[in-house]
Design a protein around this ligand. Structure first.
Ligand code: NDP
Length: 315
């Protein structure tokens, strides 16, 4: 039920590094952006601890602090940051229509979608407990691998991400166990060859994660061979989950060009979607890089693309 309506010049949906960077640029360009945060203000980075790879923080920064800094920077130039979830959209009308929390209808001259993606998890109780405690469970080897330098870790998954992250971890860690649920990998042949030619990666085929051990931090992973039912405990201190991500794009399905996984397709080298005036930035349009800094970079591009679009249509 729509209870109120408002017109916004530049609407930004999502509050990760992509959304806030788009907001910084859009507000400095006087587009008077309004940013809706979604249900997790700050996005995926609020669920991580130390961020050591965002340029400009030589001593590192925590994920929540980084997101607060980005938010404050966006607000400093006049972005209006509001808590609320975009629940429905009609992008094929002018102006675009977006509903917030199912009740408020916004019409917007331009929309920057920065709704991000969510890592998939196995769903084990100890996985979520240790993840929430920052206790050694992670979905991003590039972000967190460094903390396990010289240690033994395990990674679950067998796609390109898992293969890439396993080889990344193998450069830092003493030993990497790769837990693969079938007798083959989904990853490209080239990536599989890299994994199989890395001496300190041991692949556990036909295996699933039975449990993750540890009170405060991971101190072992129990793996079950699904062919023999044999249980084996791996003495690892880090557990990486790389079983895929889901872009948060459900409300735009059927309206905007996406790939078969739901990632919004953009014109290469830009943030333009197939709908004039609608731009996609950050992880909702990127399944390859998924880094805070690449998301932030595309957020900047989104604001510049939006500014040029608005100028071209005389707004
Ligand atoms: P994918 O969906 O390709 O692979 C997910 C993997 O996780 C599969 O091996 C799957 O197993 C496994 N898996 C899923 N659920 C579970 C579970 N519950 N328990 C155990 N294992 C599970 O995701 P990716 O993130 O790897 O890749 C996403 C896309 O991004 C792909 O198109 C990929 O090619 C692309 N990509 C490209 C890169 C590059 O070109 N450099 C780098 C990274 C990603 P199963 O095979 O049995 O289903």
């Amino acid at each position: 039920m729509t209870t109120s309506q408002e017109h916004i010049h530049c609407l930004i949906i999502g509050s990760g590094p992509a959304g806030y960077t788009a907001a910084i640029y859009a507000s400095r360009a006087d587009l008077k952006p309004v940013l809706y945060t979604g249900l997790t203000p700050g996005g995926q980075l609020t669920e991580t601890t130390e961020v050591d790879n965002f340029p400009g923080y030589p001593k590192g920064i925590t994920g929540p602090e980084l997101m607060e800094d980005l938010k404050n920077q966006a607000e400093r130039f006049g972005t209006e940051v509001r808590f609320g979830m975009a629940t429905k959209a009609d992008l094929n009308v002018t102006p675009k229509q977006i509903w917030i929390d199912d009740t408020k209808m916004i019409t917007a001259d331009t929309v920057i979608i920065s709704t991000g993606a969510s890592a998939k998890w196995l769903g084990l109780e100890n996985e979520s407990r240790l993840r929430m405690n920052a206790g050694g469970v992670s979905a991003c080897a590039v972000c967190d691998g460094f903390f396990y330098k010289g240690q033994d870790v395990a990674i679950v998954g067998a796609g390109d991400t898992a293969a890439e992250e396993a080889t990344y971890l193998a450069k830092l860690c003493k030993k990497v166990y790769m837990i693969v649920r079938r007798g083959e990998m989904r990853a490209s042949k080239a990536m599989q060859n890299r994994v199989q030619n890395t001496p300190n990666i041991e692949i556990l085929w036909h295996s699933e994660t039975h449990d993750i051990l540890g009170k405060e931090t991971v101190d072992g992973v129990v793996v079950k061979n699904v062919q023999t039912n044999e249980l084996r405990t791996l003495n690892v201190t880090g557990f990486f989950v790389a079983i895929g991500h889901k872009p948060n794009t459900d409300i735009f399905k059927g309206q905007i060009d996406m790939d078969d996984m739901g990632y919004i397709q953009v014109v290469p080298g830009t943030t333009k979607t197939n709908i004039a005036g609608v731009f996609a930035v950050g992880d909702c349009a990127d399944k390859n890089y998924r880094q805070a800094v690449t998301a932030a970079g595309s957020g900047c591009m989104g604001a510049l693309d939006a500014e040029r679009y608005l100028a071209s249509v005389g707004h």
